[in-house]
Design a protein around this ligand. Structure first.
Ligand SMILES: Nc1ncnc2c1ncn2[C@@H]1O[C@H](COP(=O)(O)OP(=O)(O)OP(=O)(O)O)[C@@H](O)[C@H]1O
Ligand SMILES: [Mg+2]
Length: 134
């Protein structure tokens, strides 16, 4: 899988997946963008973000990792709720992760979050690779 997100050079990209993802135009890309935007808003410097992809069997694993503020335990259960945000109105509507979750589900995938307050957060998206018929 090439070109995951149109991120600039400050974000570390480690794209190792060789599999292909099949998706309606832009949909998964939109999901990745929402997650990367959250990462950017959680860190002081974008160099604290890594986007990686790798293959695990028939799945593509895309991981967006940041060394940012992390998510407090009392906030974590709410992050996928529509309109839940801890940001001010100019920065967030609270719809991002709700949409990400829907897009990943529609793509037959699974989304995991690991976070430590004060240390950072990682969102990992597991997606089934396309079956390429030759
Ligand atoms: N990488 C992250 N680090 C720390 N907190 C995060 C991270 N990603 C999400 N969150 C928390 O989850 C909440 C919900 O995220 P979500 O993307 O759904 O909404 P939002 O970023 O607030 O607004 P928007 O709709 O513009 O994306 C955020 O307000 C924030 O508190
Ligand atoms: Mg967001």
């Amino acid at each position: 899988m090439n070109a995951v997100v149109g991120v600039d050079s400050k974000v570390l990209l480690d794209l190792q997946s060789k599999l292909t993802l099949e998706t309606a135009p832009g949909r998964l890309l939109q999901a990745f963008e929402y997650v990367v935007r959250n990462a950017r808003q959680a860190v002081e410097h974008e160099s604290a973000i890594t986007v990686s992809s790798r293959d695990e069997g028939d799945e593509v694993v895309v991981r967006v990792e940041d060394k940012g503020v992390g998510i407090p335990p009392e906030v974590l259960p709410k992050i996928f709720q529509p309109y839940f945000t801890t940001k001010d109105a100019r920065q967030g509507t609270g719809l991002g992760l709700n949409i990400v979750q829907r897009l990943v589900k529609e793509g037959g995938g699974v989304l995991h979050v690991d976070t430590r307050p004060g240390e950072g957060t990682a969102f990992t998206i597991y997606l089934p690779a396309a079956t390429v018929v030759k």
